[in-house]
Design a protein around this ligand. Structure first.
Ligand SMILES: NC(=O)C1=CN([C@@H]2O[C@H](COP(=O)(O)OP(=O)(O)OC[C@H]3O[C@@H](n4cnc5c(N)ncnc54)[C@H](OP(=O)(O)O)[C@@H]3O)[C@@H](O)[C@H]2O)[C@@H](O)CC1
Ligand SMILES: Nc1ncnc2c1ncn2[C@@H]1O[C@H](COP(=O)(O)OP(=O)(O)OP(=O)(O)O)[C@@H](O)[C@H]1O
Ligand SMILES: [Mg+2]
Length: 320
């Protein structure tokens, strides 16, 4: 090996050691936002989460998001979906509360009734792109903002936001969780030009700033997260298995973590934004679930296998 190679190798391992140390410091902040289990709490205190999504075509995505919220530690998990999706989702799980309201004329009112009892909403998994449904979701987002309810926006919820960025502009309790395509779409909608693929950090930072400091989580080989001030990178080891539904696990988990983080407040997150810390927690957890499931199932790993790992992955990362 030449001198140059040795130099590069050392520089790389120093960089790696540095980023592992950064990750460990941020994981410690995630640990600070997790509420202790206590016999004095009543059902609901650790989180009542709503998922808005689920249509005729997609029933798996809202299920994955809602069950993940429960497995992470929420007490109650609701799904607000189109009527055709409801019996299917109910049949997957007796643990979810399912409201077949999204395609009814009074959809916004039907969801609004529940808002006072919900701590966070996850908007978009399996929603589809039907205009009437998206129009109702627009009303639900406006009602949530008016009540200051935190919202995680994912999947087709991001499609809606790309059509109308004003919907979440400046709403500091919003977290967006785009995948590669969804990020490009949002970026193009806001900046009227393509993403600079050589500067992922800068792109995520700029998008967050342009949207008025909403938290943005760009998922990928490494997850890049920003609140418009800080940029974090989550490189928790996952696997090379990319089955559909992993993003739904992430957004459902994030619904609960966002609620916990806002309850705790910035004193315990060392000045970092609580939402950014929550997002880092959800990314690390999803990737750890993927890693553990892959160890057992290899190429046949599916999102259901990952959900079965939530409990042990959570303890390993956050309760050690
Ligand atoms: N079981 C269920 O019910 C599930 C339902 N789901 C629901 O499906 C709905 C649509 O969601 P979505 O993610 O398919 O969205 P969309 O914007 O059409 O992008 C997809 C296209 O983007 C591309 N692409 C992706 N990654 C890329 C990359 N790194 N680099 C480059 N390209 C990349 C790729 O394009 P291709 O390779 O096909 O050309 C891919 O086809 C939504 O409601 C969601 O919640 C899912 O949650 C899964 C489980
Ligand atoms: N190349 C990769 N290597 C490791 N992890 C990845 C990679 N790409 C994505 N992930 C992880 O997979 C999870 C889901 O990201 P992904 O980009 O697949 O979302 P998605 O397309 O919205 O998924 P879904 O199928 O649920 O809609 C995230 O935790 C992300 O960190
Ligand atoms: Mg997705």
């Amino acid at each position: 090996m030449g001198n140059n190679d040795t130099f590069l190798e050392r520089a790389f391992s120093l960089y790696k050691a540095h980023s592992i140390k950064d990750m460990e410091n941020t994981l410690q902040l995630v640990r600070n936002i997790i509420p202790p289990l206590s016999s004095t709490k009543h059902k609901g205190q650790d989180g009542r989460i709503g998922v808005v999504g689920g249509c005729q075509e997609y029933t798996g995505a809202p299920y994955f998001a809602a069950i993940s919220a429960l497995k992470v530690g929420a007490d109650l998990s609701h799904v607000f979906c189109a009527s055709a999706a409801a019996p299917v989702i109910k049949a997957y799980s007796p643990e979810l509360i399912v409201h077949p309201v999204l395609d009814s004329p009074g959809a916004v009112h039907e969801v609004e009734k529940w808002l006072p009892r919900l701590h966070a909403l996850v908007v978009g998994p399996g929603l589809g792109r039907d205009d009437a449904l998206l129009d109702s979701v627009k009303g639900i987002l406006e009602a949530s903002k008016a009540r200051d309810i935190p919202v995680v926006i994912d999947a087709d919820g991001l499609w809606l936001v790309a059509q109308q960025p004003a919907l979440i502009q400046g709403y500091r309790k919003a977290v967006l969780t785009p995948n590669h395509m969804e990020f490009s779409r949002l970026y193009d909608a806001v900046f009227r030009g393509p993403v600079d693929s050589d500067d992922r950090h800068g792109s995520v930072l700029r998008l967050s700033q342009a949207l008025g400091n909403v938290t943005v989580v760009q998922k990928g080989e490494h997850d890049i997260l920003s609140d418009g001030q800080q940029v974090l990178v989550c490189s928790q080891e996952g696997s090379s298995r990319r089955c559909g539904g992993q993003g739904d696990l992430l957004s459902g988990s994030l619904g609960v973590l966002v609620h916990w983080a806002l309850l705790t407040g910035p004193e315990k997150t060392n000045g970092s934004s609580p939402l950014l810390v929550a997002a880092f927690g959800a990314c690390s957890l999803t990737r750890q679930c993927n890693h553990q499931a892959f160890q057992k199932h290899g190429r046949s790993t599916t999102t259901s296998d990952m959900i079965a790992e939530v409990g042990t992955a959570f303890s390993k990362l956050f309760e050690t």
